[in-house]
Ligand binder design. Structure first.
Ligand code: NOJ
Length: 566
């Protein structure tokens, strides 16, 4: 155990050496590339990041207090999950006012302060725009439901039932049950793809479209650098409300399986995205999409045929891949060749933590480093999910009565909902992990005692320092910033290897994705690198400063990253 003095000395040395590594005020710009191509994004679930006032919920001032940390980590932009006024049925994804801040998270003044401090730290702010639906408490919906002739009646989707007590069609909500809610006041049904408290906006109404475009401009003028667009797939519905084709079997909520042919991914979605992009372009802003797709071709469409839709549709297929060299190799090849700028994500607030999902139960820390090495050295823009950089683990509720995410109560115990991946950030080893002085809104896993920022900063081999090293490297190495992706040793079933090559510079990345030691050998003469050696940049195992390319011996799950010499 280091003494107090030696701990202080260690901290001093770490800070001293880290300072020159901190990247400058904004993401490196190479050539004419737009800022977001070389930026590192970081998703923050505001409820869980840092509580500044002891109420047990994270807030904007809490985020502001962690900007030094984020800057030192190498983050250039933070995407804050919805922080707008909301009844919090879906924790902010049910917005009741698009142009304000929920009092749990602070005030507009706090937002302005965060934005200004962010700028001083070289960190841009991305907000989460819930475009498909509002809260049922939004004044637009309150007006809409007040009478059949209300001014905003047509801002949402109202229909008569097919027959008494029968909804207009067979559409099923993404959160279970019919997607139609009966409303006694006006004796009609309204449509909600998500919870009944989240009525879908009617994007066929130009007044809605304009109001939504104006909202984005309102935030851009306040300094927001872009939006993550929520649930874009469900913006439009078939006007004739045709029944979806029913497939065999039921899902885990007991609803019939069906193909969402008439209420998802309609072509009109692309027109809406073009409109949002036109506004974004005026402010040099970026649009990130929540784009769940089943293949690369589907993903490609979101860039727009003239690159006029989303600059950053997320490759969310990546999240569902099995941890295996051939699986990732094949997937990356498809994405890299697609012509769009790849956007890689390994976790978010809707999926179990990456540490658990890719982990094999024994080598999870190593695998977490492998995944980081992989997606932080690929060509494209990465989006980190808070806590992933310290190896945060899923913490599912133990009892149904503790579940906060309504979807978890519906599917309990098969699926325990999304609380597990949304627990408070683990800042240190003190009670409540330094997140709050009050009672945290979700319980913190006991693993916070070893997986936390303060302790990991002191440990040169921690997951956090591995992330910091990788991000520092990708900010300064031209090959990692702009190099091509060249897959190597494509028949190797265990080791994933590739080159990032930019003019005369190249970085070799070698990841042993297996639990056995492996040997890898490279001949890079065809790529113009004749020396047969690499200069070691980063590795998870002990290796010399120079490495012979003909024999790289890798321990289980080891990573080697080297600069290739001519
Ligand atoms: C996707 C969001 O990521 C999720 O958390 C939310 O519940 C739904 N969209 C509905 O807004």
């Amino acid at each position: 155990m280091p003494t107090k003095i030696s701990r202080f000395l260690l901290l001093f040395l770490a800070l001293f050496f880290a300072l020159p590594e901190m990247h400058s005020q904004s993401a490196p710009q190479a050539g004419d590339a737009p800022w977001w191509k070389h930026a590192v994004f970081y998703e923050i679930y505001p409820r869980s990041y840092m509580d500044s006032n002891g109420d047990g919920y994270g807030d904007l001032n809490g985020i502001a207090s962690k900007l030094d940390y984020l800057q030192a980590l190498g983050v250039d932009a933070i995407w804050i999950a919805p922080c707008f006024p909301s009844p919090q049925v879906d924790f902010g994804y049910d917005v009741s006012d698009y142009e304000n801040i929920d009092k749990t998270y602070g005030t507009l003044g706090d937002f302005d302060r965060l934005e200004k401090l962010g700028r001083e730290h070289g960190i841009k702010i991305i907000l989460d725009f819930v475009v498909n639906h509002t809260s049922d408490q939004h004044p637009w919906f309150l007006d809409s439901r007040s009478s059949r002739t209300a001014k905003k009646r047509n801002w949402y989707i109202w229909r008569d039932g097919k027959a008494p007590n029968q909804p207009p069609n067979n559409w099923i909500s993404g959160f279970g049950g019919s997607a139609w809610q009966w409303d006694d006041k006006t004796n009609q049904y309204y449509y909600h793809y998500f919870y009944p408290q989240q009525p879908d906006l009617n994007w066929r109404n130009p007044a809605v479209v304009n109001a939504m475009y104006d909202t984005t401009a309102w935030w851009y003028k306040r300094g927001v650098a872009g939006f993550r667009l929520d649930a874009v797939d469900t913006l439009y519905e078939d006007p004739a409300l045709k029944d979806n084709p029913v497939l065999p079997g039921k899902d885990d909520r007991g609803d019939p399986n069906m193909r969402n042919e008439y209420n998802q991914k309609l072509p009109e979605v692309h027109t809406a995205l073009q409109g949002l992009r036109t506004v974004a372009n005026k402010y040099d802003a970026v649009l990130i999409g929540e784009t769940w797709t089943s293949d690369v071709n589907e993903l490609k469409r979101y860039y727009g045929s003239r690159n006029d839709e989303l600059q950053m549709p997320m490759d969310l297929m990546f999240i569902n891949l099995k941890f295996s060299a051939p699986v990732f190799r094949q997937h990356i090849a498809g994405i890299d060749a697609s012509g769009g700028w790849p956007v890689y994500v390994i976790g978010n607030h809707d999926k179990p933590r990456s540490w658990n999902r890719y982990g094999d139960g024994t080598h999870n820390d190593h695998i977490a480093k492998d995944m980081a090495a992989l997606y932080l050295t690929l060509r494209g823009t990465p989006i980190l999910y808070y806590g992933e950089e310290i190896g945060m683990q899923n913490n599912d509720p133990v009892r149904k009565e503790d579940v906060k995410d309504p979807v978890g109560r519906l599917t309990w115990p098969t699926d325990k909902g999304r609380d597990g991946e949304r627990t408070p950030m683990q800042w240190n080893g003190t009670p409540n992990a330094g997140f709050t002085t009050g009672i945290p809104w979700l319980p913190i896993p006991v693993t916070y005692r070893t997986y936390n920022v303060a302790d990991e900063l002191q440990d040169p081999n921690s997951i956090l320092n591995w992330y910091k090293g990788l991000l520092a490297l990708r900010h300064k190495d031209p090959a990692l910033i702009d190099g091509d992706y060249i897959a190597l040793n494509q028949d190797d079933p265990n080791v994933l290897s590739y080159l990032r090559k930019h003019n005369d510079d190249a970085v070799l990345v070698v990841i042993n994705m297996s639990a056995a030691p492996q040997k890898a050998s490279f001949d890079l003469k065809p790529q113009g690198f004749n020396s047969g050696h690499a200069k070691t940049l980063m590795t998870t195992q002990n290796m010399g400063a120079t490495q012979k390319l003909s024999e790289i011996a890798l321990q289980p799950f080891a990573v080697y990253i080297g600069e290739v010499a001519k």
